[in-house]
Design a protein around this ligand. Structure first.
Ligand code: UDP
Ligand code: MG
Length: 211
């Protein structure tokens, strides 16, 4: 049996690195090609958010010389699978820390684009990095998303903008990522988005004009 002293030293519950009082985090979710990146660019322009795309961070890590995860990330992205959360959560935390330190005020406002797309990531991130204020969800038909992704594939250079990977990404989205949207929805934390004008209205309703 473990000695009493060890029992008393039960591991401390994780506290998030950032307090939601200083740091505003919004998750931006939606299927592949739903328009998350485009809408994020608008929100950056109008509200000065820092935009962090989980996919972009993973692609940068994949390219980084000496990364021990490069090969793994490449495989997961091509197959439309979700990279083990430890990697993605750490990349996001690093990027947020760098930004908050740069800002010096200790404050930050972040759009986390394309994350979390699996339940374990959602829980881990909110417990250890920062809880999200709410979730912007961009809904779009598969037909439209497929059209956009194939079009984008002509110039994006992305290894997953092809018919075969797109099918796999849709499957992962339905089976693995929608449950995350449903989870936040049940907590009343999702605002479904259609057009940008509405997004602005709802954002200001929730956060106020100055935040
Ligand atoms: N990805 C992942 N974990 C994440 C976010 C992205 O593993 O939290 C991987 C996944 O393989 C996904 C790919 O990165 O299909 C591309 O994601 P991105 O958000 O860039 O593209 P989207 O599918 O939203 O168009
Ligand atoms: Mg994107």
């Amino acid at each position: 049996m473990a000695p009493t002293t060890d029992l008393l030293k039960a591991p401390k519950k994780d506290t998030p690195v950032f307090s939601p009082e200083n740091v505003t985090v919004l998750f931006v979710l939606g299927g592949p090609g739903a328009g998350k990146g485009t809408q994020c660019a608008n929100l950056v322009r109008d509200y000065g958010f820092t935009h962090l795309s989980a996919g972009d961070l993973l692609r940068a890590e994949q390219e980084r010389e000496g990364s021990e995860f490069g090969e793994m990330i490449k495989e997961y992205i091509r197959d439309g699978k979700i990279v083990p959360m430890e990697v993605t959560v750490q990349l996001l935390e690093n990027a947020m820390t760098a930004q908050v330190e740069k800002d010096k005020s200790g404050k930050g406002k972040f759009l986390i684009d394309g994350f979390p797309r699996k339940m374990d990531q959602a829980i881990k991130f909110e417990e250890t990095v920062c809880p999200s204020k709410f979730v912007l969800f961009f809904d779009c038909t598969e037909e439209e998303m497929q059209k956009r992704l194939l079009e984008r594939g002509k110039t994006s250079g992305r290894a997953d903008d092809n018919a075969e990977s797109i099918m796999k990404r849709f499957k992962t989205f339905v089976e693995t990522s929608m449950p995350v949207v449903d989870y936040f929805e049940k907590q009343g934390r999702v605002t479904p988005e259609a057009v940008y004008k509405e997004t602005r209205g709802k954002l200001e309703q929730r956060l106020g004009k100055e935040f």
